[in-house]
Design a protein around this ligand. Structure first.
Ligand SMILES: [Zn+2]
Length: 300
C-alpha cells in the first residue's frame, strides 16, 4: 500500500511515498513539471481553453458544460471530448510533461457528464459511426486513451469519478477498456467532510469488485482558499482511510493546496493516539499498514 500527496503547489513533503503535483488543474493554468513529483493533468476540463475558444465547450440538451450550469455538478468549463485541436494539443502536452516528471495522472479524460456531448461535430460523428450513442461515446474515450498510452512512457494513472455504477452512461468510461491502458486508477472521493464513512467504504468495495487494475483513493484535506472550519476533521480522515483500506484500496492520496496543510494534517493525526489505537481493531493487514505509516510521522 502506497501513500501520496496531491497538491496545487510544487512542494514535496517528507513522510509520504510519492508526491503528485497538479501541473494543469481544471483552471487550465499550467505549472512547470518537476522531476521529483508526478504530474496531474485535467484534460478536457480547462477554463483557459474555453475562454480562448468558446465554441469548443461541451454541449447537452441541459445546456453547456459551463461553470454555473446547475443541471450538472460542474465547477469549471469543459471542452467537448472530441474537439480535434484540443485533443492533439493535450496529447503533445502530456508527452512533454511525461518527459519531465516520473509519472502521469490524468483526470477529466472523458465526457463532461450524461447528455454530453451534443455539439454538431459529435452528433455527426455518432450518426456516421452506426453505433448506439453510449457505445460511440465509449469508443471515443477509449480510442483517445489508447493514443495517450502511446505517448506516456512512464506510469499512467487514470482518474475515475466516485460512481461505480453509471460512469459508462455519464462519462463514456468503461473500466475494463481503460484497464488495458492504465497502470492504476485514482478514484477521487473529495468531500468537505467524511462524517459518514460507511458510504465511502461501500464505494471502495464496489470499485474493488469491478476494477481490473490497482486503485488509489484521493481524499480531500484542505483546498486552495479553504477556511479551517470548512474542511474534514483529521479524525474523519483517519477513520475513512481505515474503512476504505479494509475494503481493498491499494493506496491513498491526500489533497491540499500546499505542503503546510499536509504538515498540519500529519501533526493532528499523530495527536490522535486514542483513535489510532481504536482503529487497530478495524480489521486486516491493510489497516495495520496505514496505521504504521501514520505512526512513522511521530518521528518527524
Ligand atoms: Zn462535442
Amino acid at each position: 500500500m502506497k501513500f501520496g500527496t496531491y497538491t496545487f503547489q510544487p512542494e514535496t513533503i517528507k513522510g509520504f511515498d510519492f508526491n503528485v503535483l497538479r501541473v494543469k488543474p481544471e483552471t487550465g493554468i499550467r505549472l512547470t513539471p518537476r522531476n521529483d513529483m508526478q504530474s496531474n493533468i485535467a484534460v478536457f476540463a480547462d477554463n483557459v481553453a474555453v475562454r480562448n475558444h468558446p465554441d469548443w465547450i461541451s454541449q447537452s440538451p441541459l445546456g453547456p458544460a459551463k461553470m454555473g450550469n446547475a443541471n450538472y455538478n460542474i465547477y469549471w468549463d469543459i471542452v467537448c471530448a472530441t474537439q480535434p485541436e484540443h485533443r492533439a494539443e493535450q496529447l503533445r502536452y502530456i508527452a512533454d510533461v511525461d518527459r519531465h516528471s516520473p509519472g502521469i495522472w490524468l483526470n477529466s479524460q472523458y465526457f463532461a457528464d450524461h447528455g454530453h456531448c451534443a455539439c454538431q461535430r459529435c452528433t455527426e460523428l455518432w450518426k456516421k459511426s452506426g453505433l448506439g450513442l453510449l457505445e460511440w461515446r465509449k469508443k471515443e474515450i477509449t480510442n483517445y486513451i489508447a493514443q495517450v498510452r502511446e505517448v506516456v512512457k512512464k506510469d499512467l494513472v487514470l482518474c475515475l469519478q466516485p460512481d461505480p455504477v453509471t460512469s459508462y452512461d455519464r462519462y463514456g468510461v468503461d473500466f475494463d477498456d481503460l484497464a488495458k491502458y492504465a497502470d492504476a486508477f485514482n478514484v477521487v472521493m473529495f468531500s468537505k467532510n467524511y462524517a459518514t464513512p460507511w458510504y465511502w467504504e461501500m464505494l471502495a468495495r464496489g470499485f474493488k469488485k469491478l476494477l481490473k487494475k490497482p486503485f488509489y483513493i484521493s481524499f480531500y484535506v484542505f483546498g486552495p482558499g479553504d477556511n479551517q472550519k470548512d474542511v474534514p476533521l483529521p479524525s474523519e480522515l483517519l477513520t475513512v482511510t481505515v474503512r476504505c483500506a479494509r475494503a481493498g484500496a491499494d493506496g491513498f492520496l491526500y489533497l491540499t493546496d500546499g505542503a503546510s496543510q499536509l504538515r498540519d494534517f500529519q501533526k493532528s493525526a499523530v495527536e490522535q493516539v486514542e483513535l489510532r489505537d481504536r482503529l487497530r481493531n478495524y480489521g486486516g493487514q491493510p489497516v495495520q499498514e496505514f496505521l504504521d505509516f501514520v505512526a512513522n510521522w511521530e518521528k518527524q
